[in-house]
Design a protein around this ligand. Structure first.
Ligand code: HEC
Ligand code: HEC
Length: 270
């Protein structure tokens, strides 16, 4: 597999090699002992890092996993760090996600959570179930990045302004949802749905409704969180195992309400 996240590194390497070759030829002239020393300094000469349109195109064609991802070449044609180069194509320039390709809104997710999910994707704790196409897609991306690129991308994403889950429609049964959330979810995801690093639980109030529904179904159907080593995912599998379709609807609506200020705590605890 060709590393998608390493495009600029690869091109940099190629440029450096070309540069080195030219320098070596030059330095091979017998009389220039002195120049050799200055040449070795010059190996870290400024190399052009911008990819040309054609270079990006050809690298793109070498990356079989990336085929069919709209806009990826364009997003990688400049080098503003991993987010702009790789993630923005699918998650949007503001991290808002894309319903069409079912990528979630990730803006403002905590960096620890993002790094944890990358670890899971890479390790095969997430995104390996045959019917989890979106998870597989994200796993393929996660495998192409270096640890440094992941840390850097996670930092960028966590600093993007949070985009709140859409508020529920006027017919939503907020009261029932609140009751369910308070009893089944609040313990780990906290009263404000922001998650808790100690429990490694996710921030919920910035996720798209369709994504929340799909993940609850994924856990429920065993497409996520079932790996033996995935203790925290296992918890979500347990929690969702008894949920009905209607209850999932109630929870999706309620997370929207939570994002817009509802408080599930009993009055005495507020
Ligand atoms: C090819 C499209 C694509 C690219 C490129 C991509 N993602 Fe994703 N990403 C997805 C999809 C689709 C999902 C949903 C996976 C699922 O449903 O389980 C996802 C899920 C995620 C999640 C899990 C969110 C959660 O709430 O658990 C994180 C975090 C994430 N992506 C971060 C990134 C970062 C950071 C980058 C860039 C380094 C990136 N993604 C690049 C498509 C992509
Ligand atoms: C015992 C603790 C615990 C309880 C109770 C719990 N969760 Fe979770 N939840 C987690 C953890 C931990 C994760 C992260 C799983 C992972 O890393 O894959 C998570 C993940 C999720 C996700 C996926 C988020 C994402 O960004 O992909 C959703 C949605 C979710 N929980 C909703 C709920 C709802 C709704 C309830 C109540 C019915 C609930 N959780 C109850 C611990 C819990």
């Amino acid at each position: 597999m060709k590393p998608i996240g390493n495009f600029s590194d690869q091109s940099l390497l190629r440029v450096l090699r070309r540069e080195l070759l030219a320098l070596k030829t030059f330095c091979a002239l017998p009389f220039c002992l002195g120049i050799i020393t200055s040449c070795s300094d010059k190996t870290d000469l400024e190399a052009p890092t911008e990819l040309s349109e054609a270079e990006a195109e050809s690298l793109w064609k070498e990356a079989p996993d990336a085929e069919g991802v709209p806009g990826l070449v364009k997003a990688m044609d400049h080098e503003d760090g991993a987010y702009a180069q790789v993630c923005a194509a699918c998650h949007g320039s503001r991290g808002e996600g894309n319903e069409e390709i079912k990528s979630p809104s990730i803006a403002g997710l905590p960096a620890w959570y993002i790094e944890e999910q990358f670890r899971k994707f890479r390790k095969g704790e997430r995104g390996i179930h045959l019917d989890d196409l979106q998870g597989q897609q994200m796993r393929a991306i996660a495998l192409t990045l270096t640890e440094d690129q992941i840390t850097e991308a996670a930092e960028t994403v966590s600093n993007l302004p949070i985009i709140l889950t859409e508020a529920p429609g006027p017919d939503a049964q907020i009261e029932k949802g609140r009751y369910l959330f308070a009893n089944e979810c609040m313990e780990c995801h906290r009263y404000n749905g922001k998650g808790e690093v100690v429990f490694k639980s996710a921030q919920l109030i910035s996720l798209n409704r369709s994504y929340i529904r799909r993940q609850l179904e994924n856990f429920h159907e065993g497409k996520r969180g079932t790996a033996e080593t995935d203790a925290y995912g296992n918890k979500m599998v347990n929690v969702t195992s008894g949920l009905s379709d209607e209850e999932i609807d109630l929870l999706v609506d309620y997370i929207g309400a939570l994002a817009h200020g509802d408080d599930p705590r009993p009055a005495r605890d507020r």
